[in-house]
Structure formats: C-alpha cells, structure tokens
Design a protein around this ligand. Structure first.
Ligand code: SF4
Length: 211
C-alpha cells in the first residue's frame, strides 16, 4: 500500500464533507431494510424508495410477503427493473425467513447469505445498517475509491474488502460505509471526479483521474 496518511485522517475528512451521511433507503424495520437492499441491486435507492411504500403497504412483514403471488409483487416493483428475479427472490427469502427464522431477520452474515437473492454485499449492508455490527460492504463506489486512494490494489471485491478492513479501524466501519458512498456519489464519481473539491487530491495516486 502506498498510502501515506492515516485512516483517521481520511475518516475525519469524509465526516467533515458529509456530516449527515446516512443510508439512502427508506425503511422502518429490519424486514423492510433487507427487502429494500435486495431490490436496490442495479438500480438507485431513490427508485427503490418509490416502490417500497406500495410494496410494504400490501405486504408489511415476512409472513405476508411469504404468501404473496410473485406476479402481484412483480407488478409493484416493475419500475426498478429485474422485476422477475427480484420478485422471485423476495418472496422466496420471506418463505425461508418464516420457515427457518420464525419470521425474524438473522443476525449473522452467513445466515443472511443463505437466503435467496442475498449475496455478501447485501448481507454486509444489513449488518452495518440494521444491526450496527461492523462489516465492510463493497459496492461500485467503494471499490473505485479504495483503488484511487491507494488503499487497495485488488482487482476484486474480496481483496478490496480485506484491504479496507485492514486499513480502517473496525469501530469506524459502520458509518464509514455511508461516508464512502456519499464521497463516491458526490465527489469521487466514476466519470469526471471533482478533484478540485477533494481533500485527498494531494495523496490520490490515481493521477489520470485528476482533472
Ligand atoms: S483526487 Fe479525484 S480521483 Fe482522487 S480521490 Fe479525490 S476525487 Fe477521487
């Protein structure tokens, strides 16, 4: 790793930039959080937030969603895309929650990952956001930032997750998730990053991205 600044410095600068950083999904309980995160694959939080009020009004808990007809669910979530697979997954995961977890949301990454449509990143988001248990979900923003800042040279999410976990204090992981996403969405964007407004331009090793 060629980064010469401390993880605290990066965390504190991000916290100054985004003092109100938080999850972009609107949810009222762990069930809604889990379903919303599953629905957020390959779409935006804003798009998910537009369909979930109708979805959770019709199916307010695991028991009701477990009994839902996939076709009805699909119709509600159609605007967010991939509605076939997402409807199938959220009905199937609700059935498993009822059958294996008494309708509750499990509290370990391994149990969460055992549910249909729930991968490592989704499970990690539920851990940090829902349970405030340290985990390191790596999405496209966080992957890009870790590489640009020189925190990780890994080419896959497994490697980036490991490097981020080694670099940042575990006690910061939950809120760091929100900070890095806010940074990736607003400053260190995929195209045309706003390097002039970036507190890390002096340490950023990815010079070709600096405008
Ligand atoms: S200097 Fe530019 S590319 Fe580097 S971290 Fe900042 S915004 Fe991203």
């Amino acid at each position: 790793m060629s980064l010469t600044v401390s993880s605290n410095y990066i965390y504190e600068e991000l916290d100054k930039l985004f003092p109100n950083a938080k999850c972009g999904l609107i949810y009222n309980n762990l069930f809604e959080l889990l379903v919303s995160v599953v629905l957020s694959a390959q779409t935006t939080d804003v798009a998910v937030n537009k369909v979930t009020p109708t979805l959770f009004s019709a199916y307010p808990n695991t028991y009701s969603l477990a009994k839902a007809k996939e076709e009805d669910v699909k119709e509600i979530i159609k605007p967010i895309g991939l509605s076939n697979s997402k409807a199938k997954n959220i009905v199937a995961l609700s059935k498993e929650l009822v059958e294996r977890f008494n309708g509750d949301i499990p509290k370990t990454i391994l149990e969460l990952e055992s549910l249909p449509g729930v991968g490592h990143k989704t499970a990690s988001v539920v851990m940090v956001e829902g349970y405030k248990i340290p985990a390191m979900p790596v999405d496209t923003h966080i992957f890009r930032i870790a590489n640009r800042l020189g925190i990780s040279k890994a080419k896959d999410v497994v490697g980036v997750e490991k490097d981020l976990k080694n670099y940042f204090e575990e006690s910061t992981w939950c809120h760091l998730h929100h900070l890095l996403i806010a940074f990736g969405r607003n400053i260190c964007t995929a195209k045309s990053p706003k390097c002039d407004n970036c507190p890390f331009s002096n340490i950023c090793i990815n010079k070709e991205h600096i405008s």
